[in-house]
Design a protein around this ligand. Structure first.
Ligand SMILES: [Zn+2]
Ligand SMILES: [Zn+2]
Length: 363
């Protein structure tokens, strides 16, 4: 693949800015510069839209993170290196990279323990008060930019972020070869969790959702079984899932990628005695939880937040080796000027993943 060097001065830094809920504008913002010898400047080529971006756009807040000042949206991006700081050794202008969009302090107890996703001083793109990557030029520490192998496109590169989320969730589930996994929710992260679980050697991967079309896609993508959740009790849904996938004692691991209360309740009921349950989806902050079942089945319950050491590298490798075909998730690619329409499409559930081209990219 030909590398091209980009002229920094010719690059627009047009950005997609959220002013307040529902109010977005395009703004030519000042270009970032290399502030540290270990930084690089990246021209953003493609950005995927995440549920969290849509949530900020609609509600202006997620929990304690409240958009008080105008904020550039977006955090699922791939781009081309334009300039490198004097200390950067492994990247050069023209390299194509996936951007890991959160920068930890590197000094706190969590960072030093290798759990940097738990850093209390994380600077994360498009999480207020920090700007996101729906912009022309992005400055980043070079070690949070992952060079894309020649056979991985920049569009696939924009999918590395949600894939890294799935990698982290599946690591938390500690799936072993031959095991059975139930994934609740067949949105992008649920689909990617199912695919990663399969890459980890799971022999049964059951996708569960309330929307049949999403499950049809899951079946074509990676799932061995699919189940449409019914309006029955969580115990009855769990029983039906076990029958459908021939899991008489339940699943070895259950991943919830929906955040929905009935899913979580069904998930705890479908996991086997001594199995593992991972909460990946974020929904209501508080729910009714089947804690007795968790106790008497001695279930290991884990949370999962963003991604940490090794997750981006593994995500890139899963795409390079063809074990997770992220291209299939891309419903469409639109120009930067169509960013608001793209958000609308994600909100109304018309697409799996839509990519927004960078402002300097021709579509
Ligand atoms: Zn995301
Ligand atoms: Zn830290």
């Amino acid at each position: 693949m030909a590398t091209q060097t980009v002229n920094k001065d010719a690059i627009s830094n047009l950005s997609f800015v959220l002013n307040k809920p529902g109010d977005v504008t395009f703004e030519e913002r000042p270009k970032p510069t290399i502030a540290d010898p270990n930084d690089v400047l990246v021209a953003v080529n493609y950005t995927g839209i995440c549920g969290s971006d849509v949530h900020y756009w609609v509600h202006g807040a997620i929990g304690d993170f409240v958009v008080k000042d105008p904020m550039v949206l977006g955090h699922e991006s791939a781009g081309t290196i334009v300039e490198v700081g004097s200390a950067v050794k492994h990247l050069k202008a023209g390299d194509r990279v996936a951007l890991e969009p959160g920068y930890p302090c590197r000094r706190c107890a969590f960072c030093r323990a290798g759990k940097y996703n738990l850093c209390p001083d994380m600077v994360f793109a498009a999480t207020p008060p920090y700007h996101g990557t729906l912009t022309g030029l992005w400055a980043a520490p070079a070690d949070f930019c992952y060079k894309l192998p020649d056979n991985v496109s920049l569009q696939e590169g924009a999918l590395i972020e949600p894939l890294a989320v799935a990698v982290h969730i599946v690591k938390q589930a500690q799936i072993l070869p031959g095991q059975s996994v139930v994934v609740l929710g067949a949105g992008p992260v649920g689909l990617l969790c199912a695919a990663v679980a399969k890459a980890y050697g799971a022999s049964k991967v059951v996708s569960v959702d309330i929307v049949q079309s999403k499950l049809d896609f899951a079946k074509s993508f990676c799932s061995t079984h699919t189940y449409v959740s019914q309006r029955i009790s969580p115990e009855e849904n769990a029983k039906a899932i076990k029958e459908l996938a021939d899991l008489p004692i339940g699943a070895d691991a259950v991943i919830d990628a929906s955040g929905a209360e009935p899913s979580i309740q069904a998930g705890i009921n479908v996991v086997r005695v001594g199995g593992t349950y991972v909460q990946g989806g974020m929904g209501k902050p508080d729910i009714t939880f089947p804690i007795l079942a968790m106790c008497i089945k001695e279930i290991t319950v884990r949370g999962s937040f963003r991604y940490g050491a090794g997750d981006y590298e593994l995500a890139v490798e899963l795409v390079r080796s063809g074990r997770v075909d992220v291209k299939k998730l891309i419903s469409s690619v639109v120009s930067f000027k169509q960013a608001e329409e793209a958000f609308q499409k994600v909100k109304t559930g018309q697409v799996i993943k839509i990519l927004i081209a960078g402002p300097n990219e021709k579509v």
